[in-house]
Design a protein. Structure first.
Lengths: 240, 438
């Protein structure tokens, strides 16, 4: 399903791998967390992408060695999932949701704005390696539509003006925060979290965005609550 | 308005540091596990059965019954897998729950694992949402440090390990057997059932797969009792649930209510359709559930009532579209989604969704040929129900229901592009300078 990479010139030189002994150690440690090592393959591929910026040939080779499976088996998995890239993504990966609801509410216009601003289309990376662009599918934030993602962090309720500003800020190294999360750093940092590493950013951002709280706020205003339990129920079927 | 909201799961979402263990415990969190540990696992299953809790991930299967299918005499380990692959277009309830209150889910995971005798649980979350994953991982770490996970939890003698797994971008992994394959490090393709996961799931061991919201509802049931839970809702759809409203409403968001509420009431709570516009169509439970129109505003939003009008409650994700929206455009986008997300295993799905996209693309462009709408319906008829999993069913449901309600608009596609018939800039929330999609 990861078809975007197919459109590139396959003869274009790929950057050298950064996978060293320390990374191999981390990959091996991931494989030991599970009852069956192969369950670690998705996290391992996220780590490969964090290190190399894409699923490199060396990454595939190392995963296959650690898990005792063939490189074809690893490639088969890597090419199935859209998040794994076969060509280097940018430092910042920009996603624009264009599934039906976001599309009609402005997502199509946002995508066009981003294409013009960055000079690239879906699946491409800018020549300076700073940005890659992807048309993303429904990202489970429909009440914040239209939605964009940067390094898979939420950028909610976007407009073309906000989107252009976002790119300008990231390009000039100014601090940009996710509307519901931490400071935006890089796709590589996000991929490390997906691989299973904690980065200490969990306490950043709000507990929830405003739309998530609409119902709870209305209930507060109207003094609506769930019914009170009749009495503390006695635990039935106590231990013998 | 007689119907009220009933915040239980969403109640703490706006409170300070709601995602932390300290805040959750201050609000009475982790008291339900103590009640559960004082019960036998069978009694916990019984309580959840009695509550009437049904799966909140789309299918609505009774949760307690699913648990009772786990063969306890099977010598293999048992596993609990939480499905947090929330990807159904329109669905946006589990992600905010994971972000605002991961400990609610984790407490549910502990109780549910205890009930089915699982000592290892997995929380599988779609990969494209880093912050909710970060919060969930942090919650698991906090729980280990506090003795709420690991060996001999709170002196109960019960051991449990939890792993938070990130997906990597595949809608199909929301289908439970595809999710299990993904969790085994394979391509996320559905398995043939039977055997069902309860008998042969993860690593061919007995496995329960439940949605985030289902498992997160368990602590409140144990805490307040099955009768309390069942006192809310309708006869066969008991309890409360999170309804997600998005699109052209004044206040899109999450609205937690007992089953029995109508779309009219929910719309009113969300402030109605955006100023100066009117409702054209909506999905009751994500794009895989047949569309409804203003004629269905008084339908009760529960499993049975929606089935009675030919659709489904699904994930309770109501995407609302006003009169500016081209139904041909939205249908094409949804079908493009299914075509992209088809795992490729079943030919009718892989090829059928491709051809649906071709037909809809030319109808959108005003280049349809006379008879294309019938061809579309014939194709739907040809491929419907001919796949391992329900992905294809979702794709054909949005097409057939859209044509059923708006056939004339599809026929406009024989001569006029959709963007001329209903200019696309009018649907956007901000001024769009140029024509998009032309």
């Amino acid at each position: 399903m990861s078809d975007s990479a197919m459109e590139h010139d396959e003869t274009e030189a790929l950057p050298p791998t950064m996978i060293d002994q320390a990374v191999i150690k981390q990959l091996t440690a991931l494989s030991k967390r599970y009852p069956h090592p192969r369950s670690a393959l998705l996290p391992m591929l996220h780590l490969v992408q964090a290190v190399d910026g894409f699923i490199s040939a060396r990454g595939i080779e190392v995963c296959a060695e650690i898990l005792g499976i063939t490189q074809a088996q690893v490639s088969g998995v890597a090419t199935f999932y859209t998040m794994y890239k076969r060509r280097p993504a940018g430092k910042h990966h920009i996603g624009v949701c264009t599934t039906a609801l976001c599309a009609v509410m402005g997502g199509d216009a946002l995508l066009e704005t981003m294409e013009d601003k960055l000079g690239i289309t879906d699946g491409e990376t800018t020549s300076d390696g700073l940005f890659s662009l992807e048309k993303v599918e429904c990202n489970a934030a429909c009440d914040f539509a239209p939605v964009m993602m940067v390094n898979w962090e939420f950028m909610d309720n976007m407009t073309p003006q906000k989107a252009e500003q976002l790119i300008d800020d990231l390009r000039s190294g100014r601090e940009v925060r996710s509307t519901r999360g931490p400071k935006l750093t890089s796709l590589a940092d996000s991929e490390k979290v997906l691989a299973g590493f904690l980065d200490g950013q969990g306490n950043e951002g709000p507990s929830a965005g405003e739309p998530s709280l609409e119902g709870v706020r209305l209930a507060e205003k109207k003094k609506w609550t769930a019914p009170a339990p009749k009495k503390t129920p006695k635990a039935k079927g106590g231990k013998k | 308005m007689t119907t009220q909201l009933t915040p239980v799961l969403t109640k703490n979402w706006g409170t300070d540091n709601s995602w932390t263990l300290a805040a959750y415990q201050k609000q009475g969190g982790y008291t339900a596990i103590k009640k559960a540990f004082a019960m036998t696992p069978e009694a916990v299953v019984g309580e959840v059965k009695e509550s009437g809790l049904r799966g909140r991930g789309g299918a609505g299967f009774p949760t307690g019954m699913k648990w009772s299918f786990v063969p306890q005499d099977n010598p293999n380990p048992k596993y609990l897998v939480v499905n947090g692959d929330e990807s159904e277009p329109g669905t946006c309830k589990d992600i905010p729950l994971l972000m605002a209150s991961p400990h609610t889910l984790l407490e549910g995971v502990i109780i549910s694992s205890y009930a089915i005798n699982a000592h290892m649980a997995f929380i599988y979350i779609r990969g494209e949402v880093v912050h909710p994953i970060r919060r969930m991982r942090q919650a698991v770490e906090e729980a280990y440090a506090a003795g709420l996970l690991g060996k001999n939890i709170c002196g109960s003698g019960f051991d449990l390990d939890v792993i938070v797994q990130s997906g990597a971008g595949a809608y199909i992994c929301g289908e439970e057997t595809a999710l299990l394959n993904s969790l085994e490090g394979l391509r996320g393709q559905p398995r043939l059932r039977p055997p069902f996961p309860a008998v042969a799931g993860l690593y061919q061991c007995p496995t329960v797969v439940n949605n985030v919201e289902s498992i997160a509802s368990v602590p409140s049931i144990i805490d307040n009792g099955a009768a309390w839970f069942a006192s809310m809702g309708t006869e066969k759809s008991q309890g409360f649930t999170i309804y997600s409203l998005s699109g052209h409403v004044q206040r899109p968001g999450q609205y937690e209510a007992a089953f029995g509420i109508t779309m009219r009431e929910l719309l009113e709570m969300a402030g109605g359709i955006r100023e100066g516009h009117e409702l054209k169509f909506f999905t009751p439970g994500g794009s895989s559930t047949p569309l409804l129109t203003a004629d269905h505003l008084d339908t009760v939003m529960d499993f049975e009532s929606l089935a009675a009008v030919g659709t489904m409650l699904g994930t309770k994700a109501m995407q609302v579209f006003d009169e500016t929206v081209s139904v041909v455009r939205t249908t094409l986008r949804w079908v493009e989604f299914y075509a992209h997300e088809s795992c490729g295993k079943c030919t009718p799905c892989r090829e059928g969704t491709y051809w649906l996209v071709q037909l809809l693309t030319r109808l959108e462009a005003g280049e349809g040929r006379k008879g294309d709408v019938d061809k579309l319906l014939a194709l739907v008829d040809l491929i419907d129900s001919k796949s391992f999993c329900p992905l294809l069913g979702g794709a054909v449901a949005c097409v057939s229901s859209a044509v059923e309600h708006f056939r004339k608009e599809f026929e406009v596609g024989y001569h006029t592009p959709a963007w001329e018939y209903l200019p696309y800039d009018r649907s956007a929330l901000f001024p769009v300078a140029e024509e998009v999609d032309s």
